[in-house]
Design a protein around this ligand. Structure first.
Ligand code: ASP
Length: 337
């Protein structure tokens, strides 16, 4: 199912969502296994992860399977079909973390189809936690990954050619696209082209263990070499099997500045619900610079050890997908501004 169909589906499910949103302080979800993921594009991602979770697989295998699904799609914002940096090169960021605090990440990885699996290999096969650029690619090739062509997808080619006309790096991140009606507002540049959709996933398996993964091509038209929050543990993803886990999407620089997902997990540790924890982290960004916050978007998504989940964003438009034995749907996040 493509993104457009999901947006349509989103509009249809809007009434359900308002009921869900009426639940104070986050969503009830005392079931396991369960998987939550960023954006409406998380629906098929959850389905891929669910195949693992529903057959007593581990949360770690589930989040990898979900991320792989997304990396296989031609999508603006994840995988080799994603939009390039300002030099016309797609560079991929990804990380993975399990219930034992094992971590692995890659950043600025070129021409490798499944950065999440390379990140997992970094976690399992090396004494390190992050590999970047040429070194990450070399490691991937040494571990059996194939070097892809590096050619842009058709949609990325078109978008990049359009962007080159002005070459301005002015992403309007997930601020409601005025052309769209309805509660769901994907991220768009002013000309209507989407500019992000990082896939962040957090799962709890039937054994009650948590894991998470993130995969992205990062902000479109970024400087070559720019690394966002997504591959940085504690920024784009954090898992503490005692407490909960969180992931993020939006302007990575702002998430890194507050060690966003680590902060969310710490707020949960203090007794906050997942939604309240996300809200407090968003508040931290907004309080630092209210005027700036109005121009950007960050959304956090979290789950605690009880399988309760919640999200919060700076602006309207952040949505997330949930799959468990009880539900399979898109929720819209509350927002601060
Ligand atoms: N957080 C990602 C980054 O900064 C972008 C996104 O979520 O859309 O690279």
């Amino acid at each position: 199912m493509n993104r457009r169909k999901f947006l349509h589906l989103s509009a249809l499910t809007a009434p359900l969502l308002s009921v869900k949103n009426a639940l104070a302080n986050g969503f009830e979800g005392t079931t396991k296994p369960i998987i939550i993921s960023t954006w409406d594009s998380g629906m098929p991602v959850n389905a891929a992860a669910w195949k693992v979770l529903s057959t007593k697989g581990t949360a770690l295998d589930a989040v990898e399977a979900g991320a792989i699904y997304m990396e296989n799609q031609i999508d603006c914002c994840v995988g080799l079909g994603g939009y390039p940096d300002r030099d016309g090169i797609v560079t991929l960021d990804s990380c993975i973390m399990d219930h034992k605090a094992n971590i692995g990440a890659v950043a600025g990885l070129e021409r490798i189809k499944h950065p999440v699996s390379v990140a997992r290999k970094v976690m399992e096969k090396t004494p390190h936690v992050i590999l970047v650029g040429a070194g990450a690619q070399q490691f991937a090739l040494e571990n059996g990954f194939t070097l892809e062509s590096g050619e842009l997808s058709e949609s990325a080619k078109k978008a990049y050619a359009e962007w080159l006309k002005t070459s301005e790096y002015k992403p309007v991140i997930n601020i409601e696209n005025k052309k769209q009606n309805g509660p769901f507002a994907p991220a768009f540049f002013n000309d209507g082209t989407p500019n992000h959709d990082t896939m962040g996933l957090v799962a709890m398996d039937s054994f009650g263990n948590l894991s998470g993964a993130v995969t992205t091509s990062g902000m479109a038209y970024k400087l070559h070499g720019r690394v966002g929050d997504s591959p940085i543990i504690g920024a784009g993803l954090f898992v503490d099997n005692e407490v909960g886990a969180a992931t993020s999407s939006g302007t990575g620089e702002e998430v890194i500045r507050i060690c966003g997902t680590h902060l969310v997990v710490e707020f949960m540790r203090q007794g906050n619900s997942p939604e309240m924890a996300c809200k407090k982290a968003v508040q931290r960004i907004v309080n630092r610079d209210k005027a700036k916050a109005k121009t950007l978007q960050v959304g956090f998504l979290a789950m605690n050890k009880k399988g309760q989940y919640g999200a919060y964003a700076i602006q309207k438009g952040f949505v997330f997908s949930v799959k468990s034995n009880n539900e399979n749907q898109i929720h819209q996040s509350k927002f601060l501004i």
